[in-house]
Design a protein around this ligand. Structure first.
Ligand code: FDP
Length: 326
């Protein structure tokens, strides 16, 4: 049996192949991997600890905050800060970005955007949740204080994007713009090991994934597309956890849609730490990601930390089929 490649080994090996020899970027990615292991441990033991249920607050996006959201958020931030390699972080759970610059002796050039625990309304019922992350190079000078504009970058400026899925097994999937690789967590050795090298999304899939309960709130075009899916006996699959729904779409092909609704006229999912990193992964695997107006998600301007967008993401042929109805 051949020895498995760990995430750390893979990152180090690829840092030289991809001309990122400084080690700073690789170190940051590795720290995200370490934080993911800790979040994984907590998510797995959540029922045994007093960390299930609501925290009693709402976040800047108006969502009810779960105790585990806060736990994962604090943990990710602590690890990013302690890495000594991150200039600052923007998170779903924070109204404003945090700058680490003043605490650091070295000048760091990378910032991180995170959704520490995506799909958190699923936590209490033991359904898959995830962590989404994106890494950008800051645009301001490394000698200056961190600016909001460092975070408001288009998705096409991402230097890395990925997610961790806490599912039947825990997987970390990421891209640095050179394809997509997936690592499964091996509890026995406490490491993420390469299990899905060079992931590719099928050109077409039979699954469509959407909260069908909002059918009457969708535009006529989306309603017509959904009727076509039903006419063609396609399989409706919706977990309500973006990471899990997009991961299934990546593996099996098909399409995940979160269109505009009357309740969320700009869409529900957040550009910075949901739509863009997930779009980066899916595009790198050969798929497509657009908004309901047909624009490439990764080319859309980002004007605020918690900006929302509609998203239609998945296999080339499925996206072409949706486009015909937009
Ligand atoms: P959640 O509210 O449970 O955190 O953006 C968050 C998200 O989940 C996504 O993970 C998920 O795809 C979507 O919202 C689910 O929204 P609906 O409950 O409106 O379907």
């Amino acid at each position: 049996m051949s020895r498995r490649i760990t995430l750390d080994e893979f990152i180090v090996e690829n840092q030289t192949n991809q001309n990122r020899a400084s080690g700073e970027f690789s170190g940051l990615l590795r720290h995200i991997g370490i934080a993911a292991k800790i979040v994984n441990r907590i998510v797995n033991k959540a029922g045994l600890m007093d960390i299930l249920g609501l925290d009693g607050n709402t976040n800047s996006s108006g969502d009810a905050v779960q105790k585990l959201d806060i736990y994962a958020n604090d943990l990710m931030i602590e690890y990013l800060q302690n890495s000594g390699l991150c200039a600052g972080v923007a998170s779903e759970e924070l109204d404003e970005f945090i700058s680490f610059c003043s605490d650091l002796p070295a000048k760091n050039k990378y910032i991180v955007v995170i959704d520490p625990l995506d799909g958190s309304s699923n936590i209490d019922v033991n359904i898959s949740v995830g962590t989404i992350f994106g890494i950008y190079k800051r645009t301001s000078s490394e000698n200056d204080t961190l600016q909001l504009s460092d975070f408001l970058q288009k998705g096409n400026q991402l230097v890395a994007g990925g997610y961790v899925l806490y599912g039947t097994s825990t997987m970390l999937v990421y891209t640095t713009g050179f394809g997509v690789n997936g690592f499964t967590y091996d509890r026995g050795i406490g490491e993420f090991c390469l299990s899905h090298p060079d992931m590719k999304i099928p050109d077409k899939g039979n699954n469509y994934s959407i909260n069908q309960g909002y059918f009457r709130q969708f535009s006529q075009g989306i309603q017509n597309y959904l009727n076509k899916c039903s006419d063609e006996n396609m399989m409706l699959r919706y977990i309500g956890s973006m990471v899990a729904d997009v991961h299934r779409t990546l593996c099996l092909g098909g399409v995940f849609l979160y269109p505009v609704t009357q309740k969320n006229p700009d869409g529900k999912l957040r550009m910075l730490y949901e739509c863009n990193p997930m779009s980066f992964v899916v595009e790198q695997a050969g798929g497509i990601s657009i908004d309901e107006s047909g624009n490439r998600i990764m080319d859309l301007p980002v004007d605020s930390l918690h900006q929302r967008s509609s998203i239609i993401i998945g296999s080339k042929e499925n996206i072409a089929a949706v486009r015909a109805f937009l």
